[in-house]
Ligand binder design. Structure first.
Ligand code: PLP
Length: 392
């Protein structure tokens, strides 16, 4: 049989990402491809950098999108800041802290782990103890918004502690950027990375990063070159460098993906960052009221819950995979499964970026209620009314 064009089904993406892409973003992506050194393109690159500074709330000059997904942003921060023999304190309270450990070790550095239960935030006291026990640590790394559990850690406090011990900080903001407050300059974060596919309403495949001047000085003073040629920021800056300097070819930029990011950031500016955070919070409140009215509960204590990623305990006796499959087949609605130790224990319902919308909250609650009722799960009705009342 001849293979023909691929036409994906239209889904509502309410899992841990990717989330729904705004139609203006997909529209921007379809614009004509031009050269990566075309003056028109170079002008757009500067605008992307300026708008990323706004999204991260920073004046950091080194604020760019890495041409690859969030994991490449993670690699960029660790590979550029760590050298063989260095020591990094990695806080782990879910899947992505574990990935950080692997990356640290592949840099030839040592990872000192500070572990917390999955579903709990990073414990600042444990970090402080680890710093006292390891005065030679160079870096403290943690995940701001743990997508695997729906937990938010106190980035401001963790960075403050790290700074007291003269450590650089690396913050994973893949799921937080655009969805919940991040203030890179105010919180004195040294290196931060994110992804485009979550709260920015954009397509997957790019990783915004930002580095403080202090971090840039460390990168410039390295004794050995960064192991990865592609991610070596000393080289990448030849292409993404300051507006006046002549740009040189480093790699062929993903032109159309950058149009998409540009449009997503224009959308963020139009809405206003604080309004975007408030929208995520409000839709979370509605979803939460609806789920609780059904009798469902959350994995994470209220104070640490991420508005954009809701980890919901699976009721007794319910076949969680069957529920997800039915939501996908009958309602074209994707919600996420549990990851790692939470596999089979929670669903992860995302309300990120363009997905974070009251219409999707209502759609998800209605579909979930219908599916659970059909499976004779022990739930109550009235979720839609409860959700509506929570934000009335
Ligand atoms: N860090 C966190 C917290 C994530 O949620 C993800 C992806 O879901 C990543 C890192 C990796 O990003 P990507 O899948 O875009 O490589």
């Amino acid at each position: 049989m001849a293979i023909t064009s691929f036409n994906p089904p239209v889904r509502t993406l309410m899992g841990p990402g990717p989330s729904d892409v705004h139609p203006r973003v997909t529209g921007a992506m379809a614009r004509p491809t031009i050269g990566h050194l075309d003056p028109a393109f170079v002008g757009m690159m500067d605008e992307v950098k300026t708008m990323l500074q706004y999204a991260f709330q920073t004046k950091n000059q080194l604020t760019i999108p890495v041409s690859a997904p969030g994991s490449a942003g993670m690699e960029t921060t660790f590979q550029n800041l760590l050298e063989r023999g260095d020591k990094a304190i990695v806080c782990q309270n879910g899947v992505f802290g574990g990935r950080m450990k692997e990356v640290v070790e592949r840099c030839g550095a040592t990872a000192i782990m500070v572990e917390d239960d999955w579903g709990k935030p990073v414990d600042p006291d444990k970090l402080e103890e680890a710093l006292k026990a390891n005065p030679d640590a160079k870096v403290v790394a943690f995940v701001h918004a743990e997508t695997s559990t729906g937990v938010q850690s106190d980035a401001r406090l963790l960075c403050e502690i790290a700074r007291r011990f003269d450590c650089l900080t690396i913050v994973d903001a893949v799921t937080s950027l655009g969805g919940t407050p991040i203030r890179v300059d105010e919180w004195k974060i040294d290196a931060i990375y994110s992804g485009t596919q979550k709260c920015l309403s954009c397509t997957p495949g790019l990783s915004p990063v930002s580095f403080s001047d202090r971090a840039v000085d460390v990168i410039k003073a390295r004794t050995h070159p960064v192991q990865s040629w592609f991610l070596d920021l000393n080289l990448v800056m030849g292409y993404w460098g300051s507006g006046q300097a002549k740009r040189a070819y480093h790699h062929t930029a993903p032109i159309n993906s950058l149009y998409a990011l540009h449009e997503a950031l224009v959308l963020l500016q139009e809405e206003g960052l604080e309004n975007a955070w408030a929208r995520h919070e409000m839709n979370h409140r509605a979803l939460r009221a609806g789920l609780e009215a059904m009798g469902l509960s959350f994995l994470v204590a209220e104070d640490y819950r991420l508005p954009q990623l809701n980890a919901v305990n699976i009721p007794e006796g319910v076949d969680e995979a069957a529920v997800r499959n039915k939501l996908l087949s009958d309602y074209s609605l994707e919600i996420g499964a549990g990851l790692g130790t939470l596999a089979g224990k929670v669903w992860r319902i995302g309300l990120m970026g363009h997905t974070s919308d009251m219409k999707n909250v209502m759609y998800c609650l209605g579909a979930l209620e219908a599916v659970l009722m059909e499976m004779n799960a022990p739930i109550e009705t009235g979720a839609i009314t409860a959700a509506q009342q929570a934000v009335a």
